[in-house]
Design a binder for this molecule. Structure first.
Ligand code: SF4
Length: 224
């Protein structure tokens, strides 16, 4: 079994955070998703393995996004915004991410989160962040060995700092270098940020292109 398959099979049985286990298993389906079977487990990361050079890092799966579909950044509006940007840069074969079997192919990237279970109000506690970074996220970084990381949001950036062990301030559009890895910072593509224009598509595309250039990802469009 390769490391990723082994990692996922262990991850999806994790119950280390009682509050998050309780929440992920009790989320009530939104009316538009009634009839769907929610995933309700730690949400698997995914990507272009073993070729990924950039880690795209969110904070945690959304209650009706990854916690429903079973794939990180899949099925909610944040994911649609992110994938419009990834498509624009040629890193995704489609400008959307809606389900585990939507046929989307990505290249050069690995899409993950600091915390693997959906938290209430999208806010894990400090202890939950520490637990998930220590149990899972730090290991992912060690296995992927990315050239670049794109941290989506201030708390995701805090998780990356915790995992790698460096200190820096969050600065949207900026980056910091640590141990040969360049960590780029962007506001999270949440509706609150994208609907208000705080994060524009062209901003996220620009940040992704900087990461691609640094990581040597080239500019070809991944084909479906
Ligand atoms: Fe396990 Fe992480 Fe979920 Fe906590 S958040 S239960 S450590 S997978």
């Amino acid at each position: 079994m390769d490391w990723y398959s082994d990692f996922i099979s262990r991850l999806i049985t994790c119950r280390a955070c009682p509050r998050l286990v309780s929440y992920r298993e009790s989320v009530k389906p939104l009316p538009k998703f009634i009839g769907e079977t929610y995933w309700r487990r730690p949400v698997p990361p995914w990507g272009d393995l073993p070729n990924a050079r950039i880690m795209i890092v969110g904070l945690a799966p959304a209650a009706h996004g990854g916690n429903r579909t079973g794939r990180m950044f899949t099925g909610d509006s944040s994911a649609q915004f992110l994938f419009r940007a990834l498509y624009e840069t040629g890193l995704s074969s489609k400008p959307y991410s809606v389900s585990r079997d939507d046929g989307v192919i990505v290249r050069c990237i690995y899409i993950t989160s600091v915390v693997k279970c959906a938290p209430p109000n999208n806010r894990p506690t400090g202890e939950e962040i520490h637990t998930c970074v220590g149990n899972w996220f730090r290991y992912e970084i060690e296995r992927i060995r990315p050239r670049a990381i794109v941290a989506l949001g201030h708390i995701a950036f805090e998780g990356v700092k915790l995992a790698l062990g460096f200190r820096a301030e969050f600065w949207h559009g900026g980056y910091v270098d640590f141990n040969g890895v360049r960590i780029f910072m962007s506001y999270h593509p949440s509706p609150r940020n994208t609907n208000t224009g705080r994060l524009k598509l062209e901003d996220l595309v620009r940040i992704l292109r900087m990461a691609m250039e640094y990581a040597g990802c080239g500019s070809t469009q991944v084909s479906a």
